[in-house]
Design a protein around this ligand. Sequence first.
Ligand code: HEC
Length: 456
Amino acid sequence: MNRSRLITTGVAGLIAFAAVEIVTVVSPSAQQPAAGQVTFAKDVVPILQRSCQNCHRPGSVAPFSLLTYEEARPWAKSIKNRIQKREMPPWTLDKNVGIQEFKNDISLSDAEIAKVVKWVDSGAPLGNIADMPKPLQFEDPRIWHIGNGKPDLIVSMPKPFRVPAVGADVTLEFLAETGLTEDRYIKEIETKPDPKGFKVVHHAALDLVEPGAGLDASRENYGMGGQRSFLSEYALGKDADIFPADTGRLVKKGSKVNFNMHYYSTGEEVESTTSVGMVFYPKGYVPKHVVVTQHMGENADLDVPAGTVSRVDGYVMLSQNAQLVMIQPHMHSRGVRQCTEAIIPQTSGEVSRGNGSKTERTTLNCINFDMNWNIAYSYKEDAAPVLPKGTILHVMSWYDNTASKFNADSKNWVGNGPRSVDIMSYQWMSFFYLSDEEYAQKLKERALKAKLTNHN
Ligand code: HEC
């Protein structure tokens, strides 16, 4: 039986081989016109639209536009180079470990990268214009994405800032009144520069400053019940934060908003103001969950000798069950990588690993740090870590104090400090607490979903 099968296959194989030979000789290309050919119109434009054009268009942060074939073609080799190294689009999250479902993920898949590389290697052809998707319509940058275009409250920097045509990056703070006379909970929030500002605002980090809080309030004041707490952040490409159902962030009456602004010069002088828009829950309404954003796993005992790479560990225990919403490393220029693992207590004995261990360790995410891109990674609701009380979050940070383009001086020891040439070690995390019932319910829903999606 095996033998006859072998023979059959052999014969079929021979015939197929012969056929291919003949076709090749008779007509090298006419048989397969454009099959397998990758073109700009059909294959590349959809990728540029999703992952590049928000930055690579006139008036935005990138130095050249990728809207048309004529604009993109001269950059083909450079595009191949940058996307293969995963330097573009900026997305420094390690794709080989941890959770991968993020609301703001603009990264390319391996298949998309392969497609663009093939396009470049085959001479970057335009292809058939009829295959081109409709050009994106970039909306009026004054439009708010929250509250159907009408936030309940808009707070702006008290005066515009003039960014010089030429100069070093600057970081500045501006304090503005909210004018709120009662406590309110935010349902939706969006921060953005005015239209001219998109080019020069690298990022904006906004804090709430409660009445009586000193402006240089120390980090102990971050978080719940503190006097100064994280409010919102802007980096290009980010629209709005819409909190999950019945979840919000508290703004106490009389609070001010502190705008921490990072600008860069672009060759022309630009005067610009940044604003934050908020949509509130109805007056007097307290949502079930309050989102808090704070430094987690902080370690100030940093010691990185000259010419070395060091790891630093920070730990924080969750006093209640919690769902994580967002993570963002904070390291400064010598930071290269930050990983977070959850050390989860096992009380039920369901997890039996034969090693008598009463905890389970799981890596949530690793992020390769790059000072230039302050990306806040926002989990998709269904994939966000849901952790029981008693979980220890372990933040591991690596600092490279050897000679590199980001290191101003590799001959010096570095330690903890606020300047960008010092180092700091913590992770920003947004989260909200869950009651025991809600926690149990979430786990149940997820188990059910896993069962439904893994039915094969
Ligand atoms: C968040 C904004 C942003 C996004 C999204 C983005 N870029 Fe960029 N890109 C920049 C900025 C800013 C620079 C200049 C700084 C630098 O070179 O890193 C740049 C530089 C580049 C360069 C280097 C040009 C040179 O000088 O050689 C290439 C190529 C490039 N981008 C291609 C892309 C492609 C392709 C995509 C999408 C797959 C993309 N970028 C997405 C902001 C962005």
